[in-house]
Design a protein around this ligand. Sequence first.
Ligand code: ZN
Length: 243
Amino acid sequence: MNASPEHQRILLDVADLDRRIAQAERARTKPSQAARIGELVAIRQEQLRELTALTGTRDDVRTELTRLETDVSLVEKRRARDAERLATATNPKEAQALEHELASLARRQSDLEDIELDVMGRVEDADAAVAAQQALLDTTTAEGTALTAQAKADVAAATELGAQLARDREAVTDALPAPLLAEYTRRAANSAGAALLTRGTCEGCRILLPGTDLNDIRRSADDAVVFCPECGCILVRTEESGL
Ligand SMILES: [Zn+2]
């Protein structure tokens, strides 16, 4: 295949653009934040499960406290009623029974109040546990929200860059003969496509070419298209090639 040295040099720009287009495509489809965002989704689910469990426990303890408060208030009412009846009791047997019940109710109230104190402490602990878990969840959510916003901005920038590079590529390849571009495209599937030959080294695969290959290249006409024997890309020769 033959192509003018100018056209061959343009292939280096195409190869560079293709590298940057691939880079932009990677940034668009796999933003750097994606892995951490995935981790945060899993962490958040776990923290939410824990929060639901802790909230359930707290609600149970609160219900227990409400029940105790009701019990205490019932005992108080009954004590007041009994005391009233005792004040007006004329029958000694009835008075004795009331005194007995009042003593028993006092013990009952004292016991209930002891339990109430204990449950109030448990409510406090449960509230603190829920608040701490909610704070953990909020931190995770905030990190996720910030990273998602960053990722969206990065994806938008990469999309814009990719479109700009594609326009640049179109402008550059417009000048190339179709067979040369087709040859480049075919070879670009498995290599850099085209690379500069510098001091006997292919810039595409960084391998120093054997002397016999270099001699063949030296003997080739300027408009001959030559290929790297290692990676198969089109080797572009310029003044820098040091042939
Ligand atoms: Zn090579």
